[in-house]
Design a protein around this ligand. Structure first.
Ligand code: NAD
Length: 497
């Protein structure tokens, strides 16, 4: 981490020139009629940029450009190692612009600068590198067949991929989509969230400079309507969506109403973090439990928002948890010492506080429960813990997407597993135990796409598939399995005689 101070970052922010136009067919463009929306910083509410508000004309234009690039094979027709070289150049450029991109992300999404410089931006660059490195090493199959036949099974790019992403990890969630989609040769139209469009807009230029041909990577800032138009578009072959379960359900409907495009959904969660009585290290587990819900202001799809603790160790564990939570104090996100930034906007802030109000009626408030005030202005919420939560209470069932933890006591392992699985989601889960057999047995029984044992949120590298069971979505980001989403399987049968 570099040694810049709050004053240094503020000076850099004041000098920043911010691009707000859409990037389509290799060029920055205004939306038709010069329509814009104000992109505000959650840090202090100031307008950072007027951003192109893309609608039907821009969606059509971008999809047309993407289709043309795909049909002309300017990208998918390159040898994999040429695509790899270009993608690696782009990743290097993202790394070279680390400070600028991290600053944009912090200003735009209210995330601590210490996180955007070490996690979000390097993570996005790494994701591009990982898929670039993979792409010239993956072959197809020769299937067993009649002796007079040669049967090839290959994967081909699917065509035009639309990626619609949320605001909590803007550049990283986008990279999880566009890196594998581009690596295998697709054209991409990326729609960032209207709440955090700036890094996506900026890296489009870097992609172009690195050699990605015009039309292959397009960025369309805009609201939900732009996402809907992409999901309804008849010339989009695949839509990769990360966001709420509510909108994910609509995306599936749009695909059905239009051209049955492939639909991949990474949605919400209400992940259980289970601390069994034989937890090997209560201090470490308490620190991890605090990080699981307070990191990134709790604006995490994998947030460990339900803490299930064995009744016999609950009091001791909660003491440690409250001490660990003290490490998360809301502060100015531009200060490198800040561990907890601003809530993204007023609507989300009101939503979090309204769940806290519900919690006061449904459970016992152990920590926090108030808005926090920070000198820079903006909207902040204290780390909040509710104890004695019934597992059917609203705060234990619904995704709050804020720093609010529900603690639920249990008496037996079976009861813990039953409560953990009693949710409409299935994104992630964790279990803490000293017993190897229990670890395996409980992991098998947990209905979630990722299970951590004696840790939480490990696996930041790209090797692990990431996605959910049930209403947390379908398909997987990261790992070689992500390539399955952006390719069609083709069987080619050649008769020799
Ligand atoms: P959201 O669903 O409101 O918005 C996500 C994206 O969809 C945005 O770009 C938005 O403009 C667009 N959108 C909104 N309405 C649309 C519509 N009708 N048609 C098409 N697009 C539309 O979600 P959000 O508030 O931005 O993000 C928070 C949610 O994202 C949480 O539920 C969180 O769990 C989820 N999330 C999931 C993962 C994961 O990998 N599973 C990762 C991060 C966030």
């Amino acid at each position: 981490m570099n040694d810049m101070t709050l004053t240094d970052w503020q000076a850099k922010a004041a000098a920043l020139s911010i691009e707000g136009r859409a990037f389509v067919d290799g060029v920055y463009r205004d939306a038709s009629g010069s329509r814009t929306f104000d992109c505000k910083s959650p840090i202090d509410g100031r307008v950072l940029a007027r951003v192109a508000d893309c609608g039907e004309a821009e969606v059509d234009f971008a999809v047309e450009a993407a289709r043309r690039a795909f049909d002309e094979r300017t990208w998918c027709g390159l040898d994999p190692r040429r695509r790899k070289a270009i993608l690696l150049r782009w990743a290097a450029s993202i790394r070279a612009h680390l400070d600028e991109l991290a600053l944009l992300e912090t200003l735009d999404a209210g995330k601590p600068i210490g996180d955007t410089t070490t996690v979000d931006v390097p993570g996005a660059a790494y994701c591009v590198e990982w898929f670039a490195e993979a792409i010239d090493k993956i072959g197809g199959e020769v299937a067993p067949a009649d002796q007079h036949l040669v049967g090839l099974v290959t994967r081909e790019p699917i065509g035009v991929v639309a990626a619609v992403v949320p605001w909590n990890f803007p550049i990283l969630m986008a990279a999880w989509k566009f890196a594998p989609a581009l690596a295998v040769g697709n054209s991409v139209v990326l729609k960032p969230s209207e709440k955090s469009p700036l890094t996506a807009i900026r890296i489009a230029q870097l992609a172009h400079e690195a050699g990605i041909p015009a039309g292959v990577f397009n960025v369309l800032p805009g609201g939900g309507e732009a996402g809907k138009l992409l999901a309804l578009h008849r010339d989009v072959d695949c839509i990769a969506f990360t966001g709420s379960t509510k909108v994910g359900k609509l995306i599936m409907q749009y695909a059905g109403q239009s051209n049955l495009k492939r639909v991949w959904l990474e949605l919400g969660g209400k992940s259980p973090n289970i601390v069994l009585a034989d937890c090997p290290d209560l201090d470490r587990a308490a620190k991890a439990a605090a990080g699981a819900i307070f990191y990134n202001m709790g604006e995490m799809c994998t947030a460990g928002s339900r803490l299930l603790v064995a009744r016999g160790i609950k009091e001791a564990f909660l003491d440690k948890l409250v001490r660990a939570a003290a490490g998360y104090r809301p502060g100015n996100p531009l200060d490198p010492r800040t561990s907890m930034g601003a809530i993204i906007d007023r609507a989300q802030f009101d939503r979090v506080l309204s769940y806290i109000e519900d919690g006061r009626k449904e459970a016992s408030l152990l920590l926090g429960g108030e808005a926090a005030s920070v000198v820079s202005g903006g909207l902040y919420v204290e780390p909040t813990i509710f104890d004695e939560v019934r597992h059917d209470a609203g705060i234990a069932r619904e995704e709050i997407f804020g720093p609010v933890l529900s603690v639920i006591a249990f008496d037996t392992v079976d009861e813990a597993v039953r409560i953990a699985n009693d949710t409409e989601y299935g994104l992630a889960a964790a279990v803490w135990t000293s017993d190897l057999t229990t670890a395996h047995e409980v992991s098998r029984r947990l209905r979630a796409g990722t299970v951590w044992v004696n840790c939480y949120d490990e696996g930041g590298d790209m090797n692990f598939p990431f996605g959910g069971y049930r209403q947390s979505g379908n398909g997987r980001d990261k790992s070689l399995h992500a390539l399955e989403k952006y390719t069609e399987l083709k069987s080619t049968l050649l008769r020799l005689r």
